[in-house]
Design a protein around this ligand. Structure first.
Ligand SMILES: N[C@@H](CCC(=O)N[C@@H](CS)C(=O)NCC(=O)O)C(=O)O
Length: 207
């Protein structure tokens, strides 16, 4: 059984939501998210830079939420939730999946880290700059999903799950609403049954 080492509201939600969409069994192993625990040799053996999530699949231990999503799809997905390999559609699927983590979630995550590290000495200029980057990403998603149901068109895919976590983080951290198309996209994804059961599990009220 897949084990997802996870702390509430963090990126492990992507894998939880994916497992719910695919209806495959998984177990959530709660991780103490304190910087002290994450710096211990015990946790650094699981994730060398002390982050969450980590996932195990039998003898395999891995970190990076996007890589976990791809592993689960390729191993248990039965060709669901991703376009065929080598197609132009797959290239766009990869583009949005990578964008979700490496471009969109990055300034949001750094805002959290900056505030945690510097507390009352946090620089407003740094935070404002991160917000501006996140705002540009939200606009790119809004433009990308214009006239479509999901980011690839009619077909829901794991790229929506990757982006969904970034949109969720945006909602938690930004004091402004999403641009219109991104907001309705967010409403559609968060209305999915698998999102709701995944969110309950994420917050510790589900499985
Ligand atoms: N690219 C990594 C990012 C992991 C990450 O930044 N996780 C956050 C929680 S969602 C974390 O552990 N932050 C603590 C820190 O960076 O100190 C992934 O997608 O798994």
């Amino acid at each position: 059984m897949l084990k997802i080492y996870h702390a509430p509201r963090t990126r492990g939600f992507r894998v939880i939501w994916l497992c719910e969409e695919l209806d495959i069994p998984y177990e959530i192993v709660p991780v103490d998210f304190s910087p002290t625990y994450r710096a211990t040799p015990e946790w650094r053996k699981m994730n060398p830079v002390g982050k969450v999530p980590v996932m195990t699949d039998g003898a395999l231990t891995m970190y990076e939420s996007g890589a976990m999503v791809q592993h689960v799809l390729d191993t248990y997905g039965d060709n669901r939730l991703q376009p065929a390999r080598g197609t132009a559609e797959q290239a766009i699927y990869l583009q949005w999946s990578w964008f979700a983590e490496s471009t969109f979630a990055r300034p949001l995550g750094e805002m959290v880290n900056h505030k945690r590290m510097f507390a009352e000495n946090a620089s407003q200029a740094v935070i404002d700059e991160m917000k501006d980057r996140a705002r540009q990403c939200a606009q790119a998603v809004s433009d990308g999903v214009a006239g479509k149901q999901w980011i690839l068109g009619d077909q829901f895919s794991a790229a929506d799950i990757m982006l969904g976590y970034s949109l969720r983080l945006y909602g938690l951290l930004m004091d402004e609403s999403l641009p219109d198309n991104a907001e309705s996209y967010w409403q559609r994804m968060s209305a999915r049954d698998a999102f709701k059961t995944g969110q309950a599990a994420d917050m510790g009220t589900g499985k």
